[in-house]
Ligand binder design. Structure first.
Ligand code: KIV
Ligand code: ZN
Length: 539
């Protein structure tokens, strides 16, 4: 991958830089919060995917965001980490503090420039905003020569004023100028005009890269981003699965594959290894608990499925009849029968490699292999998807000592009787039992957990997916809970949907306990530590 210091000297005028904001704008989707561990896992996958710049958060927004940007900036090998800041010296300082661990980093600073935002949101005149650009872009440049400036609500900004502010930001040292369609209001023809005008009227535009940042309120984010590139922009800001504020941002996988597939019309290059797109989509979906819609372009479950007889017939004769890109080009492998209960550790490890899990720790492999053996006893056919679910499940619990663990579960369900669950939990080292009835078996299970570990959280989401087809398929359950404005997502997979439900809820609860203790260390924190030490000593 080309490092950022070379970007402005690039001779390849058709290289388009991919700026991912899944962990910043994407996390602004209501309920899409990601834990630190999940962000680090995502960052590693993004780094491998070939994303040029990764916006890991808004460091001043919360201690959690600050920590995430800090840790992400330490693990990236190729991608450049970026942090967001308003026009405030404190924001910029905080950004620098979080990013300084990386050999190269980007400070992204923004202010609104539309009449509506300047008057009603900022209560500032256009002259004051102009002065603020001078002051804050110049200030950010003290920390790095890689400064990006954004004019928020750009597409509703007066064009002459935008040209003046862009010229000023470049003069003060911004190397990237981002034009956000903050409210997803523009259309391709209008956005083309905006980028064209900037390219033609801003005298120093050759000293910066123009960037698009399009929201999807009208379903036009990808089309607008591509129109921007065709007009001269050379950076696209986007998110995996298109997650983001309200209707989301331009989907990274879509803009990248559109340029690759229609390279005859859009002769642009990115540094993305497209065969990892499917993996990136899964990692983000798992971390956020946001499922990918079945018919989602590029990464949806049905994106390469051919149901109708006519289509299947055509595909058998020549794949090009109904396929404009291959599933392999985005990392989708045909479902294959892979392994059975006699497969050993070595074959399992090999399989993980072919599925793209190249740098997982031995602990994760060992944990996943144990689960694989249990699954192989229960389930006749084990598919790639089953193995992916097992490893993802093991990655979630890697590096964590859970405060609460499920020891056993019995559920009585069916017609006539009230549904009942009997459960044994290990709660901070104490083994406890309870039994509860409920409005359905899942309700009974969650009530048992609440009885054994009293807590007060709101259940925001409970979702079940079958990993593969058939009645013996594994179920992946996602649970999102909320407590005092903080949310966590728990996930678990099992052939028994009710066991997966209990484990997913406990996974979310264990994460909440860790989150709680980070802000207010208390007795539980001490107990977790003690338990960890005991484990390490083999007690
Ligand atoms: O949508 C937007 O305007 C933004 C900016 C902060 C870049 O996300
Ligand atoms: Zn945005």
């Amino acid at each position: 991958m080309i490092s950022m210091h070379k970007i402005n000297k690039m001779t390849d005028k058709n290289r388009v830089y991919i700026f991912d904001t899944t962990m910043r704008d994407g996390e602004q989707s209501p309920g899409a919060s990601m834990s630190l561990e999940e962000k680090i896992q995502i960052a590693r996958v993004f780094d491998e995917l070939g994303i040029d710049i990764i916006e890991a958060g808004f460091p001043i927004a919360s201690p959690g965001d600050f920590e995430a940007v800090t840790e992400v900036s330490k693990v990236l090998k190729n991608s450049i980490p970026a942090g967001l800041s308003r026009h405030s010296k404190k924001d910029i300082d905080r950004c620098y503090e979080a990013l300084k661990h990386a050999p190269r980093f980007r400070i992204h600073t923004f202010i609104s420039t539309s009449p509506l935002h300047m008057k009603h949101k900022l209560n500032k005149s256009s002259e004051e905003v102009y002065e603020s650009i001078k002051e804050h872009v110049t200030y950010a440049r003290k920390f790095t020569d890689d400064v990006e400036w954004s004019c928020e609500d750009g597409t509703r900004t007066d064009m002459d004023y935008m040209c003046k502010t862009v010229e000023l930001a470049i003069k003060c040292g911004a190397k990237t100028i981002n034009i956000p369609d903050t409210v997803g209001y523009t259309v391709p023809s209008e956005f083309t005009k905006i980028i064209n005008t900037l390219m033609n009227k801003v005298p120093n535009i050759d000293k910066a890269i123009l960037s698009t940042h399009c929201h999807n309120d009208l379903g036009l984010a990808v089309a607008n981003s591509l129109a921007g590139v065709q007009a001269g922009a050379r950076q696209i800001e986007c998110t995996i699965n298109g997650i983001g504020e309200r209707a989301g941002n331009a989907a990274l996988e879509e803009v990248v594959m559109a340029m690759k597939t229609r390279n005859d019309l859009m002769p642009y290059k990115t540094g993305i290894n497209t065969t990892l797109l499917s993996k990136a989509s899964k990692v983000v979906s798992n971390a956020t608990g946001f499922p990918v819609q079945f018919n989602k372009a590029i990464v949806g479950k049905n994106a390469f499925a051919h149901e109708s007889g006519i289509h299947q017939d055509g595909m058998l004769k020549n794949r090009n009849t109904y396929e404009i890109m291959t599933p392999e080009s985005v990392g989708v492998k045909q479902t294959s029968l892979v392994m059975g209960k006699h497969s050993g550790r070595h074959a399992f490890k090999d399989k993980l490699n072919t599925l793209g899990y190249v740098d997982v720790t031995d602990d994760v492999i060992e944990n996943a292999f144990g689960k694989f053996k249990v699954l192989a006893d229960k389930k006749k056919h084990i598919y790639d998807e089953d193995i992916i679910a097992l490893v993802d499940d093991s990655l979630i619990i890697d590096n964590k000592v859970n405060a609460i663990n499920l020891k056993s579960l019995k559920v009585f369900a069916g017609t006539g009787e009230p549904q009942k669950a009997e459960m044994t939990l290990d709660v901070f080292g104490d083994v406890k039992q309870a039994s509860e009835t409920g409005d359905g078996p899942v309700d009974a299970i969650f009530k048992c957990i609440k009885k054994l570990y009293p807590h007060d959280v709101n259940l925001q989401l409970y979702q079940v997916h079958a990993v593969t087809e058939g009645t013996d398929a594994q179920a992946t359950v996602s649970v999102r809970i909320e407590e005092n404005g903080k949310t966590t997502v728990g996930q678990a997979a099992d052939t028994d949907t009710l066991v997966a439900s209990a484990n997913a809820y406990l996974n979310a609860l264990n994460k909440m306990i860790i989150k709680r203790n980070k802000t207010a260390p208390g007795m539980e924190d001490v107990k977790i530590k003690n338990k960890k030490t005991e484990k390490m000593r083999g007690i």
